[in-house]
Write a protein that binds this ligand. Structure first.
Ligand code: CUA
Length: 167
């Protein structure tokens, strides 16, 4: 079989483009530790309280070691339950000391929600029936918006809270 010179050039160009594209895709997908949800830890969405982490008094932020925190969240249309403060008011603002390691554990009691701390690589899909978790180190002080980025109904845009990383 005889190939014309230009035909050959274009074949090589096409092949090289494909390899380059796959390489970029592969790199981009895992860059910054982003990974598909594969933990597969299940929970009964109708009775999340059966798991100690999601009992009301354990929601929100808890210090577990010097620089280690756990944040437990129950997402439902259209709210992130971060527990209550001493006066019984719903918490919608978390303060986390800069440089600490935080394990976010989030469950949904109804539909699929998102859990994105904008500006960080905390970006999870929260499916009813599963515990979505992610551990990160927050090294940059500032106020971050925690928001839902999975359309979950008419109040989707109201699902947000703030995470403040303090010096
Ligand atoms: Cu919850 Cu959108």
């Amino acid at each position: 079989m005889h190939l014309h010179k230009y035909e050959k050039i274009w074949l090589i160009f096409g092949g090289a483009s494909l390899v380059l594209f796959l390489a970029i895709l592969g790199f981009g997908a895992f860059y910054l530790g982003t990974h598909p949800q594969s933990h597969g830890v299940t929970i009964d969405p109708e009775n999340v309280e059966a798991n100690e982490a999601f009992q009301r008094e354990n929601l929100g932020i808890t210090q577990v070691d010097d620089d280690k925190y756990i944040v437990n969240v129950v997402a439902s249309a259209f709210n992130y339950d971060l527990g209550s403060d001493e006066d019984g008011n719903a918490v919608s603002h978390l303060e986390i000391p800069k440089g600490s390691t935080v394990l976010f554990q989030v469950v949904s009691t109804d539909v699929v929600h998102g859990f994105n701390v904008a500006g960080t690589n905390v970006n999870m899909m929260v499916e009813p029936g599963y515990i979505s978790s992610m551990e990160v180190q927050l090294n940059k002080a500032g106020e971050y918006t925690l928001l839902c980025n999975e359309y979950c109904g008419v109040g989707h845009h109201m699902m947000h809270a703030t995470v403040e990383v303090v010096d």
